[in-house]
Design a protein around this ligand. Sequence first.
Ligand code: IPM
Ligand code: MN
Length: 352
Amino acid sequence: MKFNIALLAGDGIGPEVIDQAVKVSDAVAKKFGHEITWKPALTGAAAIDAVGEPYPDETHDVCAASDAVLFGAIGHPRFDNDPSAKVRPEQGLLKMRKKLGLFANVRPTFTFPSLIEKSPLKKERIEGTDLVFLRELTGGIYFGEKGRRDEGETAYDNCVYTRAEVQRLAKKGFELAMTRSKKLCCVDKANVLETSRLWRETVQAMEKDYPEVEVSYEFVDAVAMRLVQWPNSYDVLITENLFGDILTDEASVISGSMGLMPSASMGSDIALFEPIHGSYPQATGLNIANPLATVLSAAMMFETAFNLPEEGAAIRDVVNKSLAEGVVTEDLANGGKAYGTKEVGDWLAANI
Ligand code: IPM
Ligand code: MN
């Protein structure tokens, strides 16, 4: 098959980790007889510097015309330390999600047998964890009306959801649960928030369409606690944008390194694949960043965007092999030999 893939390296370590995912994807394409044409485009601080805009129209056109988008990271400390900055790299990410209609962010959390000791959590608590968050990505407090009043002394961010937005996300959750262990947890704060009550009411009304799925409703504060206490009691979790942002960072601790967790953002047309970690500015250009989250995002791309499970499995297998053989970056080296970002990528591509 032939694919056009938009390649958005972004900021910080983005370009370095993206390079490795490209190498590995090309190796897979070669092995299985596919042809990938990469379409690089600017995003984030890199795009602000070049054209004054974090998600330029040209970039959107490249994404919209591609079969999938592979994304690195966005963000630069020079904006983080300047609350008055008018244009911020993150706005590019939000605009991209909105314009591409990427309403469902799929964030799996799983453990790697060879890394189980790396997690700060006790082995017996996390063994067997295999859960997926479906985070709503284009609504809620991220996109509600925001601003200042009272001469800047009061600030507000509105959280707004429509029933239709909840339904389309929940539908993906139910469908995903049907392909797994048929357990779905709706995470909300329905004891306090009106938007959460709409979520709960909407999901409850959908239960009858999926009689095999066992649905639970839990408050977000309780989930934050149970997630690190008994992560393997969860399977598919659906939640709104901000809760999902926070809980998925928390969940990444279970696997032992944020450098390992991939994600997919889906809409009705195009899908985007990216590591859940950020731009890690301190590591930029040092060839130390872990490329595995991006490489595993490419695996998700083959599996979900192109419906090629064997190609995805080939990537997952070689990643597991690198972990088992200790071909890892310093975050996983445990005081042993640490490989560079590029060397890990080369090894993975050579071993596909
Ligand atoms: C994420 C990130 C983004 C978010 C930031 C960079 C805007 O933290 O993808 O989780 O909050 O959604
Ligand atoms: Mn986040």
